[in-house]
Structures are given as C-alpha cells and as structure tokens.
Ligand binder design. Structure first.
Ligand code: NAP
Ligand code: HSE
Length: 428
C-alpha cells in the first residue's frame, strides 16, 4: 500500500474542526485525488476536553504545538491556531526546521514573517503553503502562483474581509446601525479573535500584502500597506453613494507603478453595477488583471468552516501528489524588496461637505478646489431646512495630495462645518 500522508493539526476551532471532518468523511475521495491515504496522527488545542463536534479519540494529543510539529509520525504540520507570533510562529518554525511541510491558514503570521518562513522552508527542502489564509475558500493563491504564472500581473484588487463586507451591505440593504450589523457578523463566525483586525482593515491588509508578493515577485511588505478601516464610514455616505450609483466597499488594490509598489486597503466607492459593487454579505471577490489573460474575477466564501477547510485540503492534496511550489511562487531569494509608492494613482473622489447656507458659500468651496487643481465632475446640494446644507461632489481624476490641499484650505473658508468626508472612487 502507498505510504499515507500523516497530518498533525494544531488548532481545532472553526477551521481545524472543519479539516478533521473532511479527512474523516472523504477518505476515499482524498486518497483517489492525492494518490495516497490522508491520515491524522495527532492534534493539539488549548483545551483537551472541549467538544469539537467530531471524534478525536483515535488521534494522538499534544498540549504543546511545537511538540506536535516535530513528532516523528507527522509529515505535514497544519497550523490553524492563528496569531502573528507566539505558538503559531514557534511551531511553524520548528516544523520547517525539522523538514516537515507546513499548511497554514494564518495570514497574520505570513504577513509579518512570510519572507523568513519561506527561507526556512527552502533551507529544509520543505514547502509552506497558505491558500486558506487569503479569501477563505477562493483558490486565489493557486490562481496567481500557478494558473496565471505566465502573465505579468498588472493589478490585483478585491474585497477580502467578509466581516466588513457583511457590515457595509447590511447597513445599506437593511438600514442596520454599524453595531447591529457587527453583532450579526459575529453571530455568523466571521470575526477574528480581535475584531479590530477585521474592521480596522488589518486582516484584509495582511491578505493584500500576501497577494502582492506573489503577483509582483516582491518580499511581503505589510508595513507598506496604506490602511484605513470602515470605522468612519457612515450610513449617510452609504446612502448618498447609493443614490449616485455607487457602493461603499473595503477595497484592496495593489499594483506596480512607476512610483513603486502601491498597496492600499481602504473604504472606496465602486460602481453599483460592477461585480465588486454587487458583492453582498460575507462573500469575497478578487479581481486579477494580467497582460495575457486580461481581467478575471474570482468570487466565493471568504470565511467559515467548510470554505476555509476546503482551501487547507487543497494544499494538503498538493503535498500528497508531490506538487512542490515555492511559498510566494518563486524561490525566496528571487523576491525583491519593493520601494513603496509614496503617492497613490490619481482617481476621482466623492466628497461630502456640510456648508453654511449663506450666499457665496458654494462658490468659495469651488474656488478652493479649483486653486488646488481639483476639477468638479458632478455636484449636488440636498434639500434641507436648517442653517447648513449637505453638499455632495464627485471630482474628476485627481491626486490625493491635491485633494488633501483642497480639504485643508476648506477649513480656512469658514463656510464648511465639521470635517469633509473624502472617499476614493476606484476605477474598475
Ligand atoms: P478559532 O476558532 O479561534 O480556533 C483556534 C484554535 O486554536 C482553537 O482550537 C484553540 O484551542 C487553538 N489554539 C489557540 N492557541 C493555542 C495554543 N497556544 N496552543 C494550542 N492550541 C491553540 O480560529 P479559526 O477561526 O479556526 O482560525 C484559525 C486560523 O485560520 C487563524 O489563523 C485564522 O485567521 C485563519 N482563518 C480563519 C477563517 C475563518 O473563517 N474562521 C478563515 C480564513 C483563515 P481551544 O479551542 O482549545 O481554545
Ligand atoms: N475575519 C475574516 C473575515 C475571516 O471576516 O473575512 C476570514 O479570513
């Protein structure tokens, strides 16, 4: 009989329990596809007594993830604990040092230590795969490293955090407050252990940095991602944007420009009729543009037990088959340190201002924009009863620097109340 591939699974939460279930329930299918039986030798979690909804008695148990990672009867260490440092990092390093292959769903770990871990894997002739870390069940890492390997990648963008997309779409479609939509997302199991990773855009930023590395052959540079979460997106902006034919999305964009590598994760407006604009709920979407393939769109569940475990098993089966791809699609020594773009590509912007309702106020704002070189494309003043007038402006393409100069100058006009809202309109 062919030698089985023996797994050691660290973490038995949402994803870990899902992986155990697949291994137990699909043994024949996995063996047929992988060319050898897939077995679990041992598992590890914090609490041994917890009911995981799946029998674990037939597997060995380790309290210490490092001990699991280095067991003689483990060929592949499957890291499903989470956390950028601590036990996840220690156990992954130990597994690679011992020459074990590693499959991880941990975007935080890879975003901070991806380069060092890729080097460690190569030093031991091991592989380190992380499909489940980006966009859950969508096989986007495989698409970039393998299916699209013959392309120069021009741009990668997408909605990569289910929690944020769920919150934004529920605020729009059901009129929920931010807190109500957040509570619903929590109930669906979308949130990270620290929810600020989700709503602060950090989790999605981790994922974007990993895709940028594969797409542009650069060392992972999470610190260079321009990050903004959804905390400042108001129901008012979601409604006004919808009224003007846009949806608000936490959108990640990375592209190599003449000014360096641009990586942005921030709330943006996208056309309501575009595939990204139509993306509802906890679903993720990644759009890839390659010089040969043109634009492709990948859409699917970005989180949850089944979809994430599905991605983990894809990596496990690759290892069973003997497919050995470099962590970021090419040997780690080839990955270059990219210069971060200091300015973002020009784009149109949506502005929402509250103007004092007095003669000449609008003219002053228009003058300030004009002096900064920002041209107005569309403008709308909402009907109102108070002393202030809500004004919406869509600019023509402009640089962020010109826009910031205009926003700053508006403060000095004494006709703008509060802080204007500015959201980039991403061109798709
Ligand atoms: P989770 O439900 O919180 O489960 C984490 C598991 O790790 C638990 O079983 C926990 O043990 C165990 N654990 C934590 N610290 C440990 C330690 N020091 N020693 C041993 N075990 C430890 O997390 P999850 O949602 O499954 O996520 C796991 C990983 O997948 C994370 O990196 C996450 O970012 C990533 N991911 C998750 C999803 C998703 O939809 N959930 C999607 C994509 C990627 P106890 O159960 O005993 O506490
Ligand atoms: N918290 C993440 C999300 C889970 O909401 O998308 C999947 O990475």
């Amino acid at each position: 009989m062919t030698k089985p591939l023996r797994l050691g699974i660290a973490g038995l939460g949402t994803v870990g329990a899902g992986v155990v279930k697949i291994v137990r329930q699909k043994a024949a299918l996995l063996e047929a596809r992988g060319g050898r039986p897939i077995e679990i030798s041992a598992v590890c979690a914090r609490s041994r007594g917890k009911d995981r909804g799946v029998p674990l008695d037939s597997y060995g148990w380790e309290d210490d993830p490092v001990a699991l990672a280095t067991r003689d009867d483990v060929d592949v260490f499957v890291e499903l604990m989470g956390g950028s440092d601590g036990p996840a990092k220690a156990a992954t390093e130990a597994a690679l040092k011992a020459g074990k292959d590693v499959v991880s769903a941990n975007k935080a770990l890879l975003a901070y230590h991806g380069q060092a871990l890729a080097e460690a894997a190569e030093a031991s002739d091991a592989v380190l795969r992380f499909e489940a870390a980006v966009a859950g069940g969508i096989p986007v890492v495989k698409a970039l490293t393998e299916g699209l390997a013959g392309n120069d990648i021009e741009r990668v963008m997408g909605v990569m955090n289910g929690t944020c997309n769920y919150i934004l779409t529920r605020m729009e479609s059901a009129g929920l407050t931010y807190d109500e939509a957040f509570a619903e997302a929590d109930g669906l199991g979308y949130l990270e252990a620290d929810p600020n990773l989700d709503v602060g855009g950090i989790d999605a930023g981790h994922k974007l940095a990993l895709l940028a590395s594969i797409a542009f052959g650069t060392q992972v540079a999470f610190d260079a991602v321009e990050l903004e979460g959804i905390g400042r997106v108001s129901i008012e902006d979601i409604r006004q944007a919808a009224d003007m034919g846009y949806k608000v999305k936490l959108l990640g964009v990375c592209q190599m420009t003449g000014r360096g590598l641009e990586q942005r994760m921030s709330p943006c407006l996208v056309p309501a009729t575009s595939p990204l604009g139509q993306l509802e709920g906890g679903t993720n979407m990644v759009v890839i543009e390659g010089d040969q393939v043109g634009q492709i769109v990948l859409r699917g569940a970005g989180a949850g037990e089944g979809p994430t475990a599905s991605a983990v098993m894809g990596d496990v089966l690759d290892i069973a088959r003997g497919t050995r791809v470099s962590t970021f699609g090419q040997p780690s020594g080839h990955l270059v340190k990219a210069e971060a773009a200091t300015t973002s590509t020009p784009a149109p912007y949506y502005l929402r201002l509250v103007l004092l309702d007095k003669p000449g106020a609008l003219a002053k704002v228009a003058a300030v924009l004009g002096e900064a070189g920002v041209s107005i494309n569309r403008m709308r003043q909402r009907s109102h009863d108070q002393d202030t007038a809500p004004v919406l402006i869509v600019t023509h393409k402009t640089t962020r620097a010109a826009l910031d100069a205009a926003l700053q100058a508006m403060v000095g006009t004494s006709v703008v109340e509060g802080e204007p809202v500015a959201l980039r309109i991403e061109q798709l």
